[in-house]
Design a protein around this ligand. Structure first.
Ligand code: GRF
Length: 213
């Protein structure tokens, strides 16, 4: 058995793709053993509860300032790591988890945390990406990359699944897909097309990792 903890903050459609793949026998012996959210209203928690999969809500404490903020954030990460470690997962998947995790968290699961990012990232950690058509576009990082792709007038964007390292939105790439931006795209229509690719890729990546590839 290859066990996966999935961290979410929202709808959890990528989590659902993993559940569906599990049911269809598409990810071998891989199984989601735990779903964790920083938000109580994340619909993905309901998806997990409906299947009898363990869930945890680990809320970020209300924002304080200065050193108190850092201490409470570190304590939150420690609680998060403790909950996940209880399940000794082989893999931790950040599937729309909208919080940045520090090196202290990553040390609990060395080389075992992967992230989905709804934009193309370069393999060299640089500031640009070369598309399959040979076009150089900016590497979009952060929490607003779908509207960023639209506001910058890019012809193409995409999604990336990568191993998580201390550098945010960076790390060895496991899978990537391009998504063309259409003239009448809204943030929602573009994000939905990106998510179609993300759901396909997360299943493929989990399948490969569970098979030891
Ligand atoms: C995905 O686009 C992921 O890349 C981003 O948040 C979205 C999560 O979607 N970080 P869902 O909650 O799996 O539907």
């Amino acid at each position: 058995m290859y066990t996966i903890a999935v961290l979410i903050s929202g709808s959890g459609s990528n989590l659902q793709a993993l559940f569906d793949a599990q049911d269809a026998g598409q990810i071998g012996s891989a199984e989601v053993c735990l779903v964790v959210s920083d938000r109580a209203d994340a619909y993905g928690l309901q998806r997990a509860l409906g299947r009898g999969v363990a869930t945890a809500h680990v809320p970020l404490p209300a924002a304080s300032k200065g050193p108190a903020r850092e201490a409470s954030r570190a304590a939150w990460e420690q609680r998060l790591a403790s909950v996940i470690a209880t399940f000794t997962p082989d893999l931790v998947v950040l599937a729309g988890f909208m919080r940045i995790l520090s090196p202290a968290f990553l040390q609990h699961f060395p080389g075992r945390v992967i992230n989905q990012h709804p934009a193309l990232l370069p393999a060299d950690g640089g500031d640009t990406v070369t598309t399959s058509a040979g076009l150089t576009i900016p590497a979009l990082r952060g929490a607003h990359v779908v509207p960023d792709a639209l506001s910058r007038g890019l012809p193409v964007t995409g999604c990336t699944i990568h191993r998580v390292t201390p550098r945010v939105d960076d790390g060895p790439i496991l899978a990537q897909a391009e998504v063309p931006i259409l003239p009448d795209d809204s943030e929602n229509s573009l994000h939905e097309r990106i998510k179609v690719e993300e759901r396909r890729l997360i299943v493929q990546v989990v399948h490969n990792l569970a098979a030891g590839r």
